[in-house]
Design a protein around this ligand. Structure first.
Ligand code: IVH
Length: 716
């Protein structure tokens, strides 16, 4: 079980002796279950929080401490084993920050009375410790860590662990220690095989390794991987070899075992490094942490060891952990949450991809509400059900994924996941001949949706271009994106079914009219991910022209209210992808400026200076100047409710919001303390009541029309 930084702050609070006794019971049962079958009833975070709560209670009530308490015991005291270790298999103490690491290295150096000659920095592999005894070069015995002084014989697993050869390159007698784990791929495979055999899936790779290592007499075998991280002589070792090994630095011992044919982390992206200074150590820690999301196996920290045998000997060991090594823990990246449902989304190429909707859960500082599910076969294979408790993995920027349902937490109320029978985007048939399901319309499926969206009332507002007409245009091969609308000819339209002269001319006029829409509408029509109508308006008012939007880097985009680091990156990437479309729209004479808006003061300079600034390592993003000229609604937050009348009668809610923002205000859909003004039309209901309660200023549509009269005629 591991401890994460989040856990440091969040220990369970135990109010009294009864709560303490219960917590000890829960934790020992969880540890016992975990070590017996790999199936814990708690995720790591929850277990650690509980144990910390127990430890905190014991600190203030030392005489109530229970003998069954998991605190201070290796593996929560859960393990039995009868093969003694020749040298104890110790655990590691933890640090959680650069500061803690610094004070730990300083304490080691104080203890040995000199600087540590060099440090070995390696990944902390997230599996189970195991000792592999080789006699005369042959793999003779596999033993788990157990309680550290004796472990369980798991020699039956020989042959299923990649990286532990039956025979070493030399006929030596020694014990290799290391971690057994399942790579992500091995884990996925193991669960496929298990569910095919009617078994319950493992919740995560570590449980998979724990369960598999202990399992005897299974009808099937699944693979695991060994990573060596230590080696020592056995009592039966050659005395000369034993003596020499006692003098080698840790790093050289590891090179030696790798040369004998044992797998180590040497061949991975997180290969051990020997480094001299704590700064270098910290830099490598940061590097390993950054590599974590991409690794094909799980790590839960970084291990820092004094490399030289003499330094290790001088530092010595405690009963639980050595004093010459430390684990720098990384935050937990998996949590258990509920699978609430599955959404089916149609991608640009017509692929129908399922997405898991989760009960929102905080993992590594971000809230996770969705996870990828690759395809329907993947759902079936993993036996997922709605209502399942699922183990979710999320590290860094990677898309969260469900590792597996936590099968033993099922209540029986879980429901099957229903697969769509028709394309959820356009209702056409689904091609299910391959693993990835696809709308039979392929790319045209999304095309119809995206062109219809672009032509919609709140975007380019092209009258007469409904979905059926778009399907017709797409199927006739006339439109492959919405820029093609602007080059349609009269002849092409007349050739279509149900297109007479009048409807053709009307449609052409409507399309022509769309050329003069404000930039905010055109930008919205692009359907940039993460931007809807109001975000499109904010971006357009801030930058004033498409050219300035396109010249903006992620940093400049963050000057727009509501755009954070992540969204800025998405917008930049999407705009790069949409560049050909935008170029064609520009060439077709579509307006690319926002009326009344002025570009940020230094934006032009920025665009020109961007390259130069890059070269100098300077900062390209600039200070934002307010984009809008001062208007009557400057600094005001305005909410509209009820039916508009008079000069505002024809305006849609979106157009009202556009008007508010042109006049310098901010539009909002709900009344709160921050609301400055409520425009209340006929049949205004609860929003009006709330505004009255809060004492918010309320105006009728006519009064509002007067207030913003100067900005009214630009609507449309
Ligand atoms: S050295 C006496 N190196 O982490 C030194 N341990 O929390 C003990 N682990 O029991 C271990 N990767 O199972 C070491 N590169 C690594 C490791 C590693 C994972 C595990 C090991 C240990 C546990 C302590």
């Amino acid at each position: 079980m591991t401890t994460s930084p989040a856990v440091q702050a969040a220990a369970a609070t135990l109010a009294d002796a009864a709560a303490y006794t219960e917590a000890v019971g829960t934790a020992t049962a969880a540890a016992a279950a975990y070590y017996a079958t790999g199936e814990s009833t708690l995720d790591d975070d929850a277990y650690d929080r509980l144990v910390r709560g127990i430890a905190a209670y014991e600190e203030t009530h030392p005489d109530e401490m229970s003998a069954a308490s998991p605190t201070g015991k290796v593996a929560g005291g859960a393990v039995v084993g009868d093969v003694p270790h020749t040298v104890p298999m110790l655990s590691l103490d933890n640090v959680f920050s650069a500061e803690q690491l610094l004070s730990w290295t300083a304490s080691v150096e104080r203890r040995i009375g000199r600087p540590v000659e060099q440090w070995s920095v390696e990944a902390k592999l997230d599996g189970l410790a195991i000792a592999a005894r080789y006699e005369n070069g042959r793999l003779a015995r596999l033993i788990t860590r157990g309680d550290g002084s004796a472990g369980e014989d798991v020699s039956h697993a020989v042959g299923t662990i990649i990286g532990l050869p039956d025979r070493l390159a030399e006929p030596v007698t020694l014990e290799v220690r290391g971690e057994v784990l399942m790579t992500t791929e091995q884990f996925e495979h193991a669960n496929t095989v298990r569910t095919e055999h009617g078994g319950a899936p493992f919740a995560n790779p570590r449980n998979g390794a724990a369960g598999t290592l202990r399992a005897k007499d299974r009808q099937y075998t699944v693979e695991m991987t060994f990573f060596g991280y230590g080696v020592l002589p056995l009592p039966t070792s050659d005395a000369d070899l034993a003596e020499r090994m006692g003098e080698w630095p840790h790093s050289e011992l590891m090179t030696y075992v790798a040369g004998l044919g044992v797998h180590t982390a040497e061949t991975t992206a997180v290969a051990p490094r020997t480094l001299k200074t704590v700064d270098e150590v910290q830099a490598r820690i940061d590097e390993i942490a950054a590599l974590r999301p991409e690794l094909p196996f799980g790590i839960d920290g970084i291990v820092i060891k004094a490399d030289r045998a003499a330094d290790q000997a001088a530092a010595g060991s405690g009963s639980r952990a050595p004093r010459w090594a430390i684990a720098y823990k990384l935050p937990a990246v998996e949590k258990v949450t509920t699978l609430l449902g599955v959404e089916w989304n149609v991608g640009r190429t017509g692929v129908i991809a399922p997405r898991a909707v989760l009960r929102p859960v905080e993992i590594d500082g971000s809230t996770v509400s969705y996870a990828t599910l690759h395809n329907p076969a993947d759902i079936t294979r993993r036996g997922l059900r709605i209502g399942d408790q699922v183990m979710v993995y999320k590290a860094g920027d990677i898309i969260p994924r469900i590792e597996a349902p936590v099968a033993h937490l099922r209540t029986g109320d879980e429901q099957p996941i229903v697969f769509p029978e028709a394309c959820p985007q356009c209702g056409s048939d689904i091609d299910t001949s391959e693993q990835r399901w696809r709308c039979v319309r392929g790319r045209n499926c999304r095309l119809v949706a995206s062109v219809s969206y672009a032509a919609g009332r709140d975007q380019l507002d092209i009258e007469g271009l409904g979905a059926t007409r778009v399907v017709q245009l797409v199927e006739a091969g006339l439109v492959a994106d919405f820029a093609d609308l602007f080059t349609l000819t009269r002849g092409q339209l007349l050739d279509l079914d149900r297109m007479g002269e009048t409807s053709t001319d009307n449609l052409l006029a409507a399309i022509d009219g769309a050329r003069t829409r404000p930039l905010s509408r055109v930008f919205c029509a692009l359907g940039v991910r993460g931007t809807g109508r109001s975000m499109s308006r904010r971006i357009s008012r801030h930058f004033a022209t498409m050219e300035h939007i396109r010249a903006a880097d992620a940093e400049a985009l963050q000057q727009v209210e509501g755009i954070g680091v992540e969204k800025a990156k998405v917008v930049v990437a999407e705009l790069a992808e949409l560049a050909p479309l935008i170029d064609r729209l520009t060439a077709a004479g579509v307006n690319m400026t926002e009326p009344g808006a002025t570009p940020p003061a230094d934006a032009d300079a920025d665009a020109d200076a961007a390259d130069a600034a890059d070269a100098e390592g300077g900062e390209a993003g600039g200070q934002a100047a307010p984009a809008a000229d001062a208007g009557p609604l400057d600094g005001m937050t305005v909410v509209v409710t009820g039916a508009m009348t008079g000069a505002l009668e024809k305006l849609s809610r979106n157009q009202m919001n556009e008007l508010i923002e042109r006049a310098g205000g901010k539009s909002s859909s709900s009344v709160s303390k921050r609301t400055s003004l409520l425009v209340a039309g006929e049949n205004a209901g609860s929003k009006r009541e709330k505004a009255v309660q809060l004492g918010t200023r309320i105006v009728a549509p006519d009064e509002f029309a007067d207030l913003v009269a100067d900005f009214l005629d630009e609507t449309g």
